[in-house]
Ligand binder design. Structure first.
Ligand code: T5A
Length: 216
């Protein structure tokens, strides 16, 4: 599956859906198939964007982060990440696997925070430039299950700012991802995150192979 440009694959879903687990399994699949790939994440992915990540996830000073500020921090992180890492890699033919991308902004800041969805669409496109994912996998599960999965790990790190939101917020976020998938069925595929990791991985590999067939 050699392509002129790299494939851009993004993983999305509610908290604790298993994105990191599946990204690593897909990385191994690419490497075993002798295909170059990088794994990266949002917010973050460059030294500067990682500073935005720290700010947006763990800010706990008296001064609050307003919803508008939060949205722009995610967009700023993406603008930097895309131009410094993702676009150059894709141009060189390297496949890029990214943990969250602009659909998280639509789901969390749009459906979750209720910021105008048309504005978010424009901002997402502005930040992402020419980097539109070839395939987006939404790992779907009820927020209660995802938060339960991360709870053991978070005893060490503490819950981050978004994880501490009300359950109703997490439900709106999940619903947001499902709406995005309904609106863009060609690009966005929903995979249940409740199955064992190996089973989910097999489904994801099939989806990746389908995309490669289509654009080859
Ligand atoms: N955000 C992000 C926005 O609001 N707007 C944006 O534009 C962007 C880009 C990022 C936060 O920022 C928000 C969303 C987030 O709140 P993060 O740390 O990247 O924060 O948070 P998550 O992306 O949610 O990552 P997590 O690490 O919390 O979850 P993962 O990566 O989905 O899950 P993973 O693989 O670490 O697995 C969690 C646990 O479940 C187990 C794993 O072993 C692990 O213990 N697990 C399974 N258990 C049972 N069955 C399976 N199939 C399992 N798969 C994994």
């Amino acid at each position: 599956m050699k392509l002129n440009k790299g494939l851009f694959i993004t993983f999305e879903g509610p908290e604790g859906a298993g994105k990191t687990t599946q990204l690593e399994m897909l990385r191994t699949y690419f490497e075993n198939s002798d295909l170059s790939c990088i794994v990266t994440r949002e917010p973050g992915g460059t030294p500067m964007a990682e500073q935005f990540r720290q700010l947006v996830k763990h800010h706990d000073e008296d001064e609050p982060i307003f919803n508008e500020t939060e949205l722009l921090l995610f967009a700023a992180s993406r603008a930097q990440h895309v131009r410094y890492i993702i676009f150059p890699a894709l141009q060189c033919g390297t496949n890029v696997l990214c943990d969250r991308f602009y659909d998280s902004t639509t789901a969390y800041q749009g459906y979750g925070r209720k910021i105008n969805l048309d504005f978010i669409k424009i901002l997402n496109r502005y930040a992402a430039g020419e980097c539109i994912p070839d395939l987006t996998i939404v790992l779907d599960l009820p927020p209660e299950s995802g938060l339960k999965r991360v709870s053991n790990r978070e005893v060490v790190n503490g819950y981050d700012r978004l994880e501490q939101e009300e359950m109703s917020f997490h439900r709106m976020v999940r619903n947001g991802f499902l709406k995005i998938a309904e609106q863009e069925p060609e690009r966005v595929k929903v995979v249940s995150a409740l199955a064992p990791p190996e089973e989910i991985h097999c489904k994801i590999v099939r989806l990746v192979e389908d995309v490669v067939e289509k654009i080859r």
